[in-house]
Design a protein around this ligand. Sequence first.
Ligand code: NAD
Length: 443
Amino acid sequence: MNNQPSQPTAAEAVARLRTAFRTGRTRPLAWRTEQLTGLCALLTGHRDEIADALHADLGKPRTEADRAEIDSTVREIDHTARHLEQWLLPDPVPASSLTRLPPGTTAHTRYDPLGTVLVIAPWNYPVQLALVPMAGALAAGNTVLVKPSELAPASSALLARLLPRYVDPAAVTVLEGGRETATALLAERFDHVFYTGNADVGRVVMRAAAAHLTPVTLELGGKSPVFVDRDVDPEVVAARVARAKFSNAGQTCVAPDYLLADPATARALEGALARAVEDLYGPDPARSAEYGRIVNERHFDRVVALLDSGRTVFGGRHDRADRYIAPTVLAEVKPDAPVMREEIFGPVLPILDVAGLDEAIALINDREHPLALYAFTDNGDTRRRLAEETSSGGLNFGLPVAHLSIPELPFGGVGESGSGRYHGRWSIDTFSHRRACLDVPLG
Ligand code: NAD
């Protein structure tokens, strides 16, 4: 943990990583691919230990550990390993005739590694959200310092123990610890800082990085709405929303935060959601092996305080000793209710009645840009208006959260939900300098 004698100081760790970068060891494609293969081997070779750590930290069900932390991470990293060579090729651009350069002039862009990257990871998907950014930074040829979240201590300790065995220990350092460690790291000069977590700390990170003119990627959160049109099957909507919302006990940055529907659709959704939750977790989610727990008592108390924000359709039970909050749906919630004033980040789903699309769009636009906007509709005009009249990190029709699983899509927020993007080749863009190269014949 924090003050382990074996941990170097922030300054020592960064100095070592800088030295390693300068040797040039991180540049060859073969080295980069080896790191990616190593990360996949770590994930698949230590499945049980990883699942145990996630269970200790978050009561994370085994199926969720396999699906959302191990398999999805392996798929993402493997996709990068398979395409990396091609992504790194120099990109020729026409040497424009407007510049009147001599015949034979060529121009291209190339991807240069930035140097040493800091990844600050959160607790809710402590494995995926440490390793996927790290994989991108290594694939782009950087050395990396990772600081896992102190709120997921078992996962943090496991990563610190295993990573040096699977990736080049000269190029990757894990520093465990909380705010103090993060503050010490942010005082150092990095070439990029990649932060995932809440917007308040995002501001701290950006301020610290500004002192060194270090670029930052901020992967933040927000209230991701779901608009449900009147012509869609409530059973389909409920099944898809319930799975996305209540996985990891609602502690997912792109979880549906609230539903918007006209009153008749909203009432139909109430029953459908109750059935969907029972399908997922049985009659008593507290006894289901598929249902997770809240990360700590502070978050437990915060979420419990939101439970009185509307009419309880089902759920509401909670047990502090077990950090259990039942999947809960609240109906006829008002836009200014407590549950609508902050990102919920827990298993509480408010339904707001709106007259129609105009009111839904106005309500969405009255708030900060969310990390994702979801909608269930077959109406082309409704889709077009949602795309054109709102802004969000991602726009997803029909299956909440699934856009993350497509590595060709950039993942990131806009405005208060973050800045910058990653996944697949977008990570290479983020962790590289796109260098402009010109070659004019001497003759
Ligand atoms: P957290 O408390 O684990 O904090 C994230 C990281 O910031 C940790 O490593 C922590 O040690 C560090 N930190 C805390 N205080 C700090 C400080 N003062 N200075 C520097 N670093 C500090 O996680 P969290 O913020 O509670 O995570 C939940 C939030 O993260 C939610 O808003 C969620 O939506 C968002 N999130 C976003 C994504 C995404 O990919 N966009 C993913 C997961 C979570």
